[in-house]
Ligand binder design. Structure first.
Ligand code: MG
Length: 395
């Protein structure tokens, strides 16, 4: 796929790209360089790789699945040690645990996780009572309060109409779910939730915060913007949230069950200091400086008078992240020295340098093309001449 792309592009732009493809194993001098809002190049091998997560397994109505390896498990079916009463005086959670689930005990009050967290992927399974009682908001009502503030509704709506913005899977009072994908009461339902809290700075909203919900695998909230917390009868207003809060479950007087509760914290967004996404110019410059410093340190480790090319290329690569006159001068000196060494080789030793010389040329060609080295960079023209003379540019 990658190869086809490179060749196709090269036929449109320049045969140079075919050569630079050889460099793509190191990732350098390949895709578009960093810019004012992206600290990494396109296809940058210096960019941190995704962390390894061993996936869990999916749940069925009969049995809970296994959480992924990096999940923080809040309830595994055995005890409420990670939960407490949400009443002001706190104290132990008074819900009961049996058969691998917890069950709300009417009148004992809401419970909440002892742990506090913010942005997350959250997995919760719940079951409304098999014995159907009550109607509308009175049937199998509970709720999942993200950060203790924003309720994703838990309700038995299998055969039980109510107001749309209070259905199971609603952001209560704010946004109805896009579908009613519930299983019958008594059966475990699965919610997979992605939550991003609002981000404000100096009273201005940088990100309103969002909630995405899958109900039994069906998308019911699609990146729904938050409008503050949620409440009954009252319209809430957008506003900042704290950094962290507990996960709260509602005691609405119905013996609703929960099992297999876990979350995964999410990395910071660009607006709050994360390094993926569209960054501010300041954040980008700072990150590029950091990457350049790491690459220059690496170049120093690679420095080897008997084999100067890897160190030289690594040092040159740092210029794509940060322009620095001393580095440019050093690269220029090393490049000139490299060309001199090539030119001094006896004719029979020259062919062995073909790939290396083309690689070095390709790097300098990239850097001049993106104005990261001066357009008249002498070593580039000299190498180009050698490549032509030796007919190394021919297939
Ligand atoms: Mg509720």
């Amino acid at each position: 796929m990658k190869m086809r792309f490179a060749l196709k592009t090269s036929s449109l732009i320049s045969p140079i790209l075919v050569m630079s493809f050889a460099l793509s194993a190191s990732g350098a001098f390949y895709g578009d360089p960093p810019d004012d809002h992206h600290p990494w190049a396109i296809h940058d091998m210096n960019r941190p790789k995704p962390k390894i997560v061993t996936p869990g397994s999916f749940s069925s109505p009969e049995a809970p699945g296994k959480p992924p390896s990096d999940a923080v498990v809040l309830f595994d079916g055995t005890d409420l040690s990670k939960w407490e009463s949400a009443k002001e005086q706190r104290g132990p959670a008074q819900w009961k645990v049996q058969g691998g689930f917890m069950e709300a005990v009417a009148g004992t009050g809401d419970i909440q996780s002892k742990e506090q967290f913010g942005d997350c992927q959250l997995h919760v399974e719940w079951a409304a009572p098999a014995k159907v009682e009550g109607s509308s908001q009175g049937r199998g009502n509970s709720g999942i309060f993200l950060m203790g503030i924003c309720e994703v509704q838990v309700l038995d709506n299998y055969d039980n109409p109510t107001y749309a913005d209070g259905y199971a899977g609603s952001v209560y009072g704010v946004n109805p779910p896009m579908a009613n994908a519930l299983r019958p009461p008594g059966t475990f339902q699965v919610y997979d939730i992605v939550f991003r809290r609002p981000i404000y700075r100096d009273g201005k909203v940088l990100d309103p915060g969002y909630v995405t919900v899958f109900m039994n695998g069906v998308l019911v909230q699609d990146h729904t913007p938050l409008e503050g917390g949620t409440g009954h009868m009252r319209r809430t207003k957008p506003g900042p949230f704290p950094e962290k809060g507990p996960l709260k479950f509602q005691d609405h007087g119905n013996p609703t069950r929960f099992r297999n509760i876990w979350y995964r914290p999410l990395p910071a967004r660009a607006v709050e200091g994360g390094t993926d996404g569209f960054l501010t110019a300041e954040a980008t410059t700072a990150k590029r400086k950091e990457i350049a410093a790491e690459i220059r340190a690496d170049a120093q480790k690679l420095a080897d008078p008997s084999n100067p090319v890897p160190g030289m290329l690594r040092l040159a690569e740092s210029l794509t992240y940060e322009q620095d006159p001393a580095t440019t001068q050093k690269v220029t000196e090393m490049a000139d020295q490299y060309v001199r060494a090539i030119k001094q080789l006896p004719p029979d030793k020259l062919p062995a340098k073909k790939d290396e010389a083309k690689t070095v040329f390709s790097a300098f060609d990239y850097l001049t093309r993106f104005n990261l080295l001066p357009g008249n960079f002498a070593a580039k023209s000299a190498l180009q001449a050698i490549i032509k003379e030796q007919r190394w540019d021919k297939k």
